[in-house]
Structure formats: C-alpha cells, structure tokens
Design a protein around this ligand. Sequence first.
Ligand code: SF4
Length: 249
Amino acid sequence: MPKRKRSSTAEKEVGQRRRLTPIKIATLFSRLRAWATSLGHVPIVDLMSAQGDAPWQILVATMLSSRTKDETTAAAVRRLFAVADDPIKTLTVPTKRLEKLIFPVGFYQVKAARLHDLARLIIERHGGQVPRTFGELIALPGIGVKTATLVQIRAFGIAEICVDTHVHRITNLLGIVHTRRPEETREALKQVVPKRYWRSVNQYLVTLGQIICKPKKHYCDRCPISDLCPAAFEPHYSKCACTSLRMKG
Ligand code: SF4
C-alpha cells in the first residue's frame, strides 16, 4: 500500500519544529553544559587540558583514547608518563615496553609503534615541540582530522569544533545542521553555534551520545534537551539527512 503523504500544513509544522533559532541553540548548549557538569565526570584528556598538561602529553592521551574507555586511557597515560613524558624520553623506550605500558588500550601495538614515529618526527620537524596548526598536526603519522582538532582545542585552547560520529548524528537529529558528512558538519556548526561553546561541543555531545542519545536507542525521557529536540516530538520522523538517524516507532 502506498505511504500516505503528509499534508503541506503538517510538513510546515514539522519544518518549524526542526528549525532551531539562535536563541534555542544557545539555550541547548547552555543546558548541555549544566547537564555535563552535573554528571561530575570529566574525560581524562579534558581534565589534563584543564590542568595545563604539556601539549605532548595531551597529544599522546588523545591518540590513546581513540576506541578506548576513559578509565583505561587514564591508567595507561599514568603508567606511560611515569617512564616517558616527552618525545625525547619516549624515543629511548623500546616499542615492546611501550606496548606493555599502554596495554590494554585499543590497538595498543599499533599505537606503541606510532608513539615512536610521532616522537621522532616532532623532534626532527618541530624541535621537540608539538605544532599547533591543523596542517602541521595532520601531517603527523596517525593523526586524523578528529585528533588534530582535539589537540588544537585541548593543548592550545584554539576555538575549534571537533566532529565525530556522535556530533554529526546528534546535531542532524536536533536539526541544528542538515549535512550528510562529518566534514560538512564542522563548517555548518560554526555558522550557528556561539563561539564560546565550540571547544566543548564534542565533549557534551559525545557524553550525550554515549549515555542518553545512543545510536540505536534514544532515552528521550531522560534527555536534558528533549523539549528542544524535534525527534522527541516526532518519533516517526524519518527525513533526517543521514539514514542512521531514523527512529523506529
Ligand atoms: S530528545 Fe531523544 S532524540 Fe533528541 S537528543 Fe535527546 S535522546 Fe536524542
């Protein structure tokens, strides 16, 4: 049986709800900040950033944290930095020992080898100092767009937005942006999110994506921004740019 089309008025109403005004976007991020603070948990790399740890340590922790639980990353960096906390010392530690120090972070063998490459190149190209520009960071081995942006934010306090799958998925779900790829999302977010929230967008939305707005299950009844979210009004809404955003009734 062919699907019944929405009336143009209903389409218009949904469109209105999906369009968040600048005031609502500011309210949304202010709400997320209060919620994230109330949880009392700060991811290890954000904690290190707040403590003013060295850029090398923040770069290493960011790299190790990929596909790894926060507690595991925290314990691994403690063990590693007790032995080698800068590029020169890192180069003196054999790769096998590095593997043992960072185990069980995800892909620890690959990451241990990468630590050596990173340390060597940072010494050769940048005199032992972690570079701060996106172009220089991304030219380093194993550093992708996400890690380079996070290092700019966390190590140097640069106002940037780091987009990962949670940020891309949830900002589309919320109707803040309408994009198909994460690379488009970063630029689109910069047009609408107040600059004071840029550096925290990733932290807030990753936290929300991990415990409330999970990829396969949304706990809208517990969500701190449900009154601002079009998906909470329209559980059957299926016109999101990304098909993975579709919700089952
Ligand atoms: S209200 Fe539901 S769908 Fe919207 S952000 Fe919150 S959990 Fe996700």
